[in-house]
Design a protein around this ligand. Structure first.
Ligand code: GDP
Ligand code: MG
Length: 178
């Protein structure tokens, strides 16, 4: 609501087709649709207030990574403007997993002096028979890159809320340790 003072920008990045927009869509519908605070502030920018651990947080979610229109954030800008990042790959697509590693490195370069909250997200966990990246590999990658890890399915809405709660907690941990 309006009285929620905690507000931060979360950016979805990752290869085309991994499910970023599907995850963003669930985010906007996450609270009961009619009375929610969900707000289409820009074409690929969504705002939602959620309560995590008894405390409110407003997330402004950017899903502009694949959209290279005029008037939209460029990928370079995306690397600069986020308070937190969801680096998404598809568990059915190994190249998207490799791309996620590259993006982590790029992000680290772009924001060298900052300890930015990041979750590595293995989406499409419902497609068990098409799996190309194991849970163990995802987890190991997150350890190397010093970030959190979660597997989600936008299709069956598994762990999506947990992912957004997780990013809120990561932001708070850093805020509280300052
Ligand atoms: P983006 O390019 O990263 O924004 O990916 P999209 O959200 O457009 O999704 C690409 C395709 O993957 C679409 O056909 C989605 O329906 C599908 N998709 C997204 N998430 C999932 C998921 O969790 N499971 C399955 N089975 N399909 C998904
Ligand atoms: Mg998209």
């Amino acid at each position: 609501t309006d009285s929620c003072a905690s507000l931060f920008r979360v950016v979805l990045i990752g290869e085309d087709g991994v499910g970023k927009s599907a995850l963003a869509g669930i985010f906007t519908g996450a609270q009961d649709s009619m009375d929610s605070d969900c707000d289409l502030s820009g074409e690929d920018t969504y705002e939602q207030t959620l309560t995590v651990d008894g405390e409110c947080a407003t997330i402004i979610l950017l899903d502009t990574w694949d959209t290279q229109d005029r008037g939209s954030w460029s990928q370079e800008q995306c690397m600069q403007v986020g308070d937190a990042y969801l680096i998404v790959y598809s568990i059915t697509d190994r190249s998207s997993f490799e791309r996620a590693s590259e993006l982590r490195i790029q992000l680290r370069r772009a924001r060298q002096m900052e300890d930015i909250p990041i979750i590595l997200v293995g989406n499409k966990s419902d497609l068990v028979r098409c799996r190309e990246v194991s849970v163990a590999e995802g987890r190991a990658c997150a350890v190397v890159f010093d970030c959190k890890f979660i597997e989600t399915s936008a299709a069956v809405q598994h762990n999506v809320r947990e992912m957004f709660e997780g990013i809120v907690r990561q932001v708070r941990l850093r805020r509280d340790s300052k």
